[in-house]
Ligand binder design. Structure first.
Ligand SMILES: *[C@@H]1O[C@H](CO)[C@@H](O)[C@H](O)[C@H]1NC(C)=O
Length: 351
């Protein structure tokens, strides 16, 4: 009798243990929105001058292939996908080489050069942020056709949605063209962008997304291109831009906190790259880098996209010694360090 009780209790207990993996569902796919930091080649398929599907881009990628990623190898979201045990790379939604079978375990709608603001994507005729959401809706329809409605909905609610965007709104738009700067103070422009970010997250939520990580801004005053404009001041980081990024991240964190309260069942996190990237830039040798100021490609002062050319004799031979690959984008090694950091410190809640 007593023995039966013990067996029964043990049975219950084991049953509970068994159920743990089911309730804390693992992530079946990474779904990505944003700009060049997470674009694996969508811009290859559109009419824009902002491309990178030629050498020397991709020279350290599988097979030394340029893909449209703005790096010498993989980008951060590829490493995040790998860390979740899904797959080593996330394909571009517009790439005709892939279809819904591939996209079911991860897809990126990101477009290099885009921003929260419609006026930012207009600058280089790239995919506007709102259009990425339209592609996502189309993707959902295809996924339901592929998995069946019920499984697809479950899948979508368990998938991790990643958003990485915002730098271009300042560096390609606000600080270059007078329109936005005459309409908004920096403070107001930050609020305008965060309004768009919040609405985007609410749309994702309405569409069934529950796990969402939104990226903050990097220390964008330290990008080599920005340092170059500071040439006569010793190529230091532009403090003003770094402060804008820090303020923006603070505001975004508050919005994230609010949305977590507002939207029932959402798991929304801010993935803030600021401190970690600045740590790399300030202590490059600690991470095995030799250069934190200029980029590997070309002279390292200004080249990116078509200006980053394989015939350029100045391009470095070992990109692992550089934090930046071109004047605006990190090397694969930096992408790995950042992804690893974010995975362990921020995305761990989704595992
Ligand atoms: C951006 O453009 C889209 C499409 O025209 C529009 O629906 C949306 O409201 C615009 N966003 C903002 C913030 O103006």
């Amino acid at each position: 009798m007593a023995c039966n009780v013990v067996v029964f209790t043990l049975f219950l207990f084991l049953n509970l243990l068994w159920q743990v993996p089911k309730t804390s569902a693992i992530v079946p796919a990474i779904i990505v929105f944003g700009d060049s930091t997470v674009d694996p080649g969508n811009n290859n398929q559109i009419s824009t001058v902002l491309k990178s599907n030629f050498e020397p881009y991709g020279r350290d990628y599988f097979g030394g292939q340029p893909t449209g990623r703005f790096s010498n190898g993989r980008i951060a979201t590829d490493f995040v996908s790998e860390a979740f045990g899904i797959k080593p790379t996330i394909p571009a939604y517009l790439d005709p080489m892939f279809d819904i079978k591939d996209f079911a375990t991860g897809v990126s709608f990101a477009s290099a050069g885009t921003g929260y603001d419609n006026a930012t994507s207009d600058v280089l005729s790239v995919i506007p942020f709102w259009k990425e959401l339209e592609y996502y809706k189309e993707y959902q329809t295809k996924l339901r056709g592929f998995l069946g409605t019920e499984r697809a909905n479950q899948h979508l609610s368990e998938s991790l949605h990643v958003i990485s965007i915002g730098t271009n709104d300042f560096l390609e738009n606000y600080y270059i063209f007078p329109t936005r700067a005459s309409e908004y103070s920096v403070d107001q422009y930050q609020d305008f962008l965060i309004g768009i970010a919040g609405n985007f997250i609410k749309e994702l939520y309405k569409l069934g997304a529950r796990k969402i990580a939104i990226g903050g801004l990097p220390p964008m005053g330290c990008l080599p291109l920005e340092r170059t404009t500071n040439f006569f001041y010793g190529s230091r980081c532009i403090e003003e831009y770094n402060n804008v990024a820090k303020d923006f991240n603070k505001k975004l964190q508050s919005r994230v906190t609010e949305l977590n309260k507002e939207l029932n069942g959402i798991q929304l996190v801010l993935s803030n790259p600021y401190d970690k990237l600045l740590e790399l830039i300030q202590n490059p040798s600690h991470f095995g880098f030799e250069n934190a100021e200029t980029a590997c490609c070309g002279t390292g002062f200004f080249e990116m996209s078509y200006l980053c050319d394989k015939m350029n004799p100045f391009t470095c031979s070992d990109a692992n010694k550089y934090i930046f690959w071109d004047s605006f984008h990190p090397t694969e090694k930096t992408n790995f360090i950042m992804a690893d950091y974010v995975f362990k410190n921020v995305l761990a809640v989704f595992r």
